[in-house]
Write a protein that binds this ligand. Structure first.
Ligand code: ADP
Ligand code: ZN
Length: 686
């Protein structure tokens, strides 16, 4: 990250340069400054911050422009009779066919994708002069950019947002685009990007999870005749490096990526878009705990370019920033065309009979919508069969041996118990180890809901969408396709349902249990619940059919819930912000959380107490030091966990204290006996 002619470190301690990998710096001075700033803000070691910002291969010492070995069919290969070769050496023939199908050549990764065991046939082909390897160095060359596809005529509200975003393209400005699902936010992004590309600039688009939003990428590809780089963690390291390099060199005009893509270098940045800006996945939860949304805003400011934060349910932080005039708020109040906003109503679980968590009115609605040829989506944020494996004899519930948590019962594969916190598993004991009574599942998870529905609607195609049902390659895509194309009539799923899917024929959305979010220990619990309800509800009635949304709860009179349902997210946000203000929670204060964990609980206490003493020792500090206290789940994966919370009305005060405290943390008594971490602007308080 820098060079020096002299050093105060003794010559005997200096190391020799082994190799100079790159002829030019891979990160420019501006990006370096940005990363240094981020390291300072999050009080994280700069080396780890640089590492987080680089593709894995660069981190491992690969040069930026390493030649890539590819294999091509030779001239002779085109004269060979494939049928003859197929009889003699079928695997060589198949490989040759693949090589001939792609004259530009296949790289190692393409060959891997063809299936295992390509090495030997390839060597044979090379020996016989049918294939040869070449080394290429690809430096992307910017190509002309154009749009295609039909563009809908923007509504006046959409046009106003596009106008606001590009009115001053060389100035930093944050636009908070709030529009219900289906109101045309993506269309707005596309139009803004179109204008920015026309000025010869690049666009960076951040999305929560790429695997869940293949449709978004398709829309970008369909609209723009422009090189596009997609960056996410499920890609191979080679592809990722290539995309990163194209973005850096300007070959890629549009970069779409998840969290870490916020660090992608850009040759000519013109706009940043953060889609679903409220999504928790923008926050890195381990190591360098940054918020990609917040860093994106900081980055736009450094570049002097506009940034658009889009969501149907903006975070309370962003709503507050708009209210204070830091962000420009733009609303898309209606869905274009005929699509209507779905009506949300509550079902009081105390007043209606229910069958395994499904109330009579909800079951009735499912039947009604199926009969009217609609599709149904049911949301429950709990995978597995039942959250409790229970003994009716003595009241015991199966617990995880390594966590302060219950085991979830999974019915698949003859019944097993799984801890959703540490992943440990065991067979479900049939009889209670304490009293011998037969154990049974209590409560509902997605598997159980699926089972009940299968009993109620035996002839209806039903599918489950959660982490368990989408583990294998292709399963997720398959489930989404079946739903989109109408083969699945009822889809039961978890949080994964809330992400931007467009299923035009869904007319009923049911939220099986809203209550988990109403009384959560985290001050963000109600905000998350409201976002989930609105996001899931947004899946209903997206096309020309009206949607209906039913929310089951035992607390229909809960003020925040009632407000959300009767008056909408805006109004909910007002009320929730008032609560936050009263309790001095963010955005009315800034937080930092020092976490520590160890196999022995005393070690945690000793360390956090020492940290607390230091933090309290700064006189005239305007920072509240709360704790140490046990974490909401005091033991997880066999480790005891505690935390110290720092809270301050002003961000600067907190930053000043952290500047003094952070360097001391590793030297405190007992620091070596715990695992500790500092989380600035934590999203989860556990
Ligand atoms: P969001 O991103 O807010 O969910 P989209 O941009 O995906 O909304 O728009 C929802 C649907 O409405 C899409 O099918 C889109 O093509 C269509 N749409 C968006 N803007 C317009 C418009 N101005 N006129 C007609 N249809 C539109
Ligand atoms: Zn566990």
């Amino acid at each position: 990250v820098g060079t020096r002619a002299q050093s105060e470190v003794g010559a005997e301690r200096l190391k020799r340069v082994i190799d100079v990998l790159d002829a030019e710096p891979i990160i420019d001075a501006e990006m370096l400054k940005f990363l240094r700033w981020a390291a300072e803000y999050y009080r994280h070691p700069p080396g780890e911050v640089f590492a987080a910002a680089l593709p894995v291969l660069l981190r491992q010492g690969r040069a930026l422009y390493e030649p890539l070995e590819i294999w091509r069919a030779t001239a002779r290969a085109w004269q060979t009779d494939p049928a003859a070769l197929r009889r003699r050496a079928p695997r060589q023939a198949a490989l040759l066919e693949a090589l001939r199908a792609r004259p530009a050549g296949l790289d190692r990764e393409d060959l891997e994708a063809l299936g295992a065991g390509w090495r030997d046939p390839l060597t044979a082909l090379e020996r016989n002069g049918l294939a040869r390897s070449v080394e290429i160095v690809s430096r992307a060359i910017p190509k002309a950019v154009s749009t295609h596809g039909t563009e809908p005529r923007l509504t006046p509200a959409q046009a106003a947002v596009v106008g606001a975003a590009i009115s001053n393209p060389n100035h930093f400005q944050t636009i908070l685009l709030q529009g219900v699902t289906g109101s045309g936010k993506t269309e707005v992004y596309l139009r803004i990007i179109d204008k920015i590309l026309a000025r010869g600039r690049q666009a960076l688009v951040l999305v929560p999870e790429i695997s869940l939003t293949p449709q978004l990428i398709e829309r970008f590809k369909a609209r723009f005749e422009a090189p596009l780089a997609v960056l996410h963690s499920a890609m191979s390291d080679t592809r990722r490096l290539a995309g990163w390099r194209d973005a850096r060199d300007g070959g890629a005009r549009i970069v779409i990526g998840t969290r870490s893509a916020v660090f992608t270098p850009l040759e000519a940045p013109g706009i940043i878009v953060v889609d679903e800006e409220h999504d928790a996945s923008y926050k890195q939860q381990e190591g360098f705990r940054y918020s990609a949304r917040d860093l994106a805003v900081a980055r736009a400011q450094r570049h002097g370019i506009p940034i658009v934060l889009g969501s149907a349910t903006p975070s309370l932080e962003s709503i507050y920033n708009a209210r204070r005039g830091r962000y420009v708020k733009c609303l898309l109040p209606e869905r274009p065309g005929a699509a209507q906003q779905p009506a949300i109503s509550l079902i009081d679980l105390r007043r209606h009979a229910s069958r395994q968590g499904l109330s009579t009115p909800l079951l009735g609605a499912v039947r009604r919508h199926l009969e009217a040829d609609g599709q149904v989506m049911l949301y429950l944020n709990r995978r597995g069969y039942a959250p409790v494996w229970f003994c009716p004899g003595c009241g015991a519930a199966a617990a995880c041996e390594r966590c302060d948590a219950r085991m979830t019962y999974h019915a698949a594969r003859r019944g097993k118990l799984q801890c959703h916190h540490c992943g440990s598993q065991r067979a479900a004991e049939a009889a209670c180890p304490a009293c011998g009574t037969a154990m049974k599942p209590v409560g509902q998870g997605t598997e159980r809901i699926e089972e009940v529905l299968a009993g109620q609607f035996p002839r209806v195609a039903l599918a489950r969408f959660d982490r368990d049902s989408t583990q294998r390659r292709g399963e997720l895509e398959g489930l989404l396709d079946d739903m989109r194309e109408g083969r699945t009539r009822i889809l039961v799923g978890t949080q994964m349902l809330t992400k931007g899917h467009h299923f035009p024929d869904v007319t009923l959305v049911g939220i099986i249990n809203a209550d988990q979010g109403l009384f959560g220990t985290d001050f963000r619990a109600s905000e998350r619940l409201a976002q989930t309800i609105v996001q899931v509800a947004g899946r209903a009635g997206r096309a020309d059919r009206a949607g209906e949304v039913l929310v089951q709860t035992e607390y229909p009179e809960h003020p925040l819930l009632a407000r959300l349902v009767t008056r909408g997210y805006e109004d909910f946000a007002e009320a929730a912000l008032a609560e936050r203000r009263a309790a001095l929670w963010p955005p009315f204060s800034s937080l930092a959380l020092l976490r520590a964990e160890a196999t022995r609980s005393e070690a945690v206490g000793t360390y956090l107490q020492a940290a607390g003493r230091v933090a309290r020792g700064y006189r005239d500090s305007a920072v509240n030091v709360l704790g140490p206290a046990p974490a909401p789940m005091p033991r997880r994966a066999g480790r005891h966990r505690g935390q110290l919370l720092l809270q301050s009305a002003r961000r600067e005060d907190l930053q000043n204290l952290l500047a003094q405290l952070a360097p001391k943390l590793e030297k405190l008594p007992g620091a070596r006996r715990v695992r500790w971490s500092l989380d600035v602007d934590p999203v989860e308080l556990f």
